[in-house]
Design a protein around this ligand. Structure first.
Ligand SMILES: [Zn+2]
Length: 239
């Protein structure tokens, strides 16, 4: 497949992933952004800044290189692009990044509390709590703010990794999620919002609710991920 056809497909996939956030009620107005990457070419396709979702077409999406230089497109890329680029440059295994201000995940981010794993829905996706980033310093906020946000996400993953935690809460801001491609990143944004809501309700019912035990947590995480995964259908059988 030629590069232009691959880019066209990626534009369509990234647009669809952005619209998925709208369909699931995760974004208001022009909030939120999803991007995807062609790894071999080092090209990232990202939502343009400030274009209403209902008017967005594949041609509005912006193509940039891994340094943020616009390669194709007339519109300005999402202002969160530098955060996405830090994630792509640091985590070679990811193919898509999503960012929202979805209400429950953002509420945990504002409370600056990691989301404990209270049950198997969470354990199916995150191995451990959903981490919160450290605060940015005044200098970091005044400086290259969006890049510093990316660096803070990387620091929040020091005790885990980007596969075991396909998302992070940026303190006082909101969630960033990622995955093998743009649609997986959007899917994780939807799941994270659901986990955040259920955890909030759980704590409301029982303020002393304890996280799920290690055996059940590991069972659910490891049956879907890792070398001994057996949940769903083998990849080859879906072809
Ligand atoms: Zn934001």
């Amino acid at each position: 497949m030629g590069q232009s056809l691959m880019l066209q497909r990626l534009r369509e996939q990234v647009l669809e992933a952005n619209l998925e956030l709208v369909c699931r009620g995760l974004v208001l107005y022009t909030f939120g952004n999803v991007s995807g990457i062609l790894r071999e070419q080092g090209l990232v396709v990202i939502k343009p800044s400030g274009v209403p979702y209902e008017q967005m077409k594949p041609s509005h999406l912006v193509v940039v290189d891994l340094k943020g230089k616009v390669v194709q497109g007339k519109l300005r890329p999402s202002s969160d692009l530098p955060t996405h680029l830090v994630l792509y440059n640091t985590f070679r295994e990811i193919g898509g990044v999503a960012h929202t201000h979805s209400e429950y995940a953002t509420a945990w981010a504002q409370a600056r509390r990691p989301i404990p794993c209270f049950g198997t829905t969470h354990a199916d996706y995150f191995h451990g709590s959903v981490p919160v980033t450290p605060d940015l310093s005044d200098q970091e906020i005044a400086g290259d703010y969006e890049k510093e946000t990316g660096d803070a996400i990387v620091r929040a993953l020091q005790r885990t990794n980007c596969t075991a935690s396909p998302g992070v809460l940026v303190a006082n801001h909101g969630p960033f999620t990622w995955g093998v491609d743009a649609s997986a990143a959007a899917h994780h944004a939807v799941i994270l919002e659901s986990i955040a809501k259920m955890a909030y309700v759980t704590v409301g019912i029982n303020s002393e609710a304890a996280p799920v035990g290690k055996a059940l947590h590991d069972k659910h995480y490891l049956r879907k991920h890792g070398s001994k995964a057996y949940y769903g259908q083998p990849k080859d059988s879906r072809k």
